[in-house]
Design a protein around this ligand. Structure first.
Ligand code: Z5A
Length: 212
């Protein structure tokens, strides 16, 4: 049987990295074979593309160049990792996927979503995540949490208004696709965040067992 494809999303500093460890422990607890991966990245070539995308630079990066680099990395990641792993019956846990493109490039950079949808179709065909956890917090709180980390990358140098659009982009995706997306209130203490994640995972597990 084909594996399941779980993605985790959110704006800056929502706690994806922190909570991925929790989801990995849940998958282990269910004895499910899985691969944890990320975007941009996930293969040597796609990780090189990630470096190109995140590096701060003086040259202004065109939104179209950024979008095409993201989908180039995604095409390689799908071909090398995601598709074969799912076909073998293992699960994929991916830190960001195409919802990030709709949120960051679509809502954040004001790029046309019909163009993003065309690239999505070209690169992914009909493949979509089975479950997406969208960690949501007020932008200012996320930026505060993230501010203690290393030097800001090219995205982290954006203004608050950019991240507000990204946040609203994610909430619109969740509203449009409630069967796949679960919004998690990530502003709460970690234990409360992980309780919500656990409920979402158990509900998903139950429905995938039911559907065979
Ligand atoms: N990007 C894009 O534009 N288009 C695309 O299609 C894709 C990506 C796929 C890199 O992503 C950039 O790529 C991203 C969008 C763009 N740019 N931005 N911004 P990334 O996922 O690698 O980078 P990131 O967003 O900066 O994620 P991160 O580094 O993994 O951070 P995080 O997961 O959101 O947060 P964290 O490191 O787990 O937590 C931050 C801090 O908060 C940390 O000190 C924690 O201990 C603390 N924390 C976490 N949870 C809590 C709670 N509940 N309470 C209190 N403190 C907490």
């Amino acid at each position: 049987m084909r594996g399941k494809f779980i993605t985790i999303e959110g704006t800056e500093g929502v706690g994806k990295t922190t909570n991925i460890e929790f989801i990995q422990a849940w998958l282990d607890g269910k004895n499910l074979p899985f691969v944890c991966t990320r975007e941009p990245g996930g293969t040597p070539l796609a990780e090189q593309i990630r470096e190109l995308l995140l590096a701060p630079r003086e040259e202004v990066v065109s939104s179209t160049a950024e979008l095409l680099l993201i989908f180039a990395g995604r095409a390689q990641h799908l071909h090398q990792v995601i598709e074969p792993v799912l076909a073998e019956g293992a699960w994929i846990l991916c830190d960001r996927f195409t919802d990030a493109t709709y949120a960051y490039q679509g809502a954040g950079r004001n790029m046309r979503t019909d163009l993003i949808a065309e690239l999505e179709l070209l690169v992914q065909g009909s493949l979509r995540p089975d479950l997406t956890l969208i960690l949501d917090i007020p932008v200012e709180l996320g930026l505060k949490r993230a501010s203690d980390r290393s030097e800001p990358d090219r995205f982290e140098q954006e203004q608050v208004e950019f991240f507000e659009r990204v946040r609203q982009g994610y909430l619109a995706i969740a509203a449009a696709d409630p069967d796949r997306c679960v919004v998690i209130d990530a502003s709460l203490p970690l234990e409360a965040v992980q309780r919500q994640i656990s409920v979402a995972l158990e509900a998903f597990w139950f429905s995938s067992e039911e559907s065979g």
